[in-house]
Design a binder for this molecule. Structure first.
Ligand code: HPA
Length: 265
């Protein structure tokens, strides 16, 4: 029976059919995760939800303890959790993307500056994980199939630009990111993806376009529009996740599980 972690918005655990078993406080060598993990079951799948910004959405993106959050998921690996789905809000950079669109992430441009982005600070040796493909390719394919099954339209192959925040971007930054190949921009996608890889956890990113990125629409960006778009898309994300859970096989058939092989000096 597969076991899956979900990091994302706090309303997502209200998925139809989610049976809550307990709320788990986890302490880690890196400090406290954003909140308690909600452990439960959807059909045959055991699921562990973590609201990235805390239960009351009071942790800003640059203050999230990413290492503790992912380490908690790793702790659950003793129970068999080896896959994490990440749900996030983004601004749309690519022309044609509009608020409400849902993208499946394939690549990353990491523009963050001040975050603790590794578990390997030297004490446990020097490790360079391969990050050519930052997201689990197998999970990516499953998500696209789940989209077709659940009739949730998805855009594939998106490049995620991770910024430090908490401020939004300048128009020039967005123009530059577009030239570099960025499709969407968000503040939480890194270092989550890299930390998952260091723990050999499969990690996939599903992002909801909440707004046109800075300078694209001619109007000022507001937090209200971001929140509104996320609320509107919650039903679709829940439907999609339900289909994803039903399609995930027991065995992993991807390189993520061997990420530390040949990575150590
Ligand atoms: N920029 C950065 N992060 C975001 C945005 C944005 O426009 N929208 C939602 N998260």
């Amino acid at each position: 029976m597969s076991k899956i972690g979900v990091i994302g918005g706090s309303g997502l655990y209200e998925i139809e059919g989610f049976v809550l078993k307990n709320r788990r406080n986890i302490s880690t060598p890196y400090g406290k995760p954003s909140d308690r993990y909600l452990a439960g079951r959807i059909g045959e799948t055991e699921v562990f939800f973590l609201p990235r910004h805390g239960g009351h959405h009071d942790i800003p993106p640059h203050m999230i303890n990413y290492r503790a959050n992912m380490w908690g998921m790793w702790g659950f690996r003793k129970l068999g959790v080896d896959r994490v789905l990440s749900i996030s809000a983004v601004g749309g950079i690519k022309r044609g993307l509009k608020p409400g669109d849902i993208v499946v992430l394939e690549q990353v441009l990491d523009m963050t500056k001040n975050r603790k982005s590794t578990y390997y600070d030297g004490k446990d040796g020097v490790v360079h994980i391969d990050f050519t493909e930052p997201y689990c390719p197998e999970l990516g394919r499953i998500i696209l199939k789940a989209g077709r099954r659940s009739r949730v339209a998805l855009k594939k192959g998106a490049t995620y630009v991770a910024v430090e925040g908490p401020r939004l971007e300048t128009a020039s930054e967005i123009k530059g990111f577009r030239i570099l190949g960025g499709d969407v921009v968000g503040m939480t996608g890194m270092p989550e993806a890299a930390l998952a890889r260091e723990l050999e956890i499969c990690y996939a990113g599903i992002s909801v376009v909440a707004n046109y990125a800075a300078g694209m629409s001619g109007t000022k960006l507001t937090v209200a529009e971001v929140m509104e778009a996320m609320k509107d898309s919650t039903e679709k994300i829940k439907r999609l996740l339900k289909a994803v859970f039903s399609l995930i096989p027991e065995e992993r058939n991807c390189p993520c599980k061997d990420a530390l092989k040949d990575a150590r000096i």
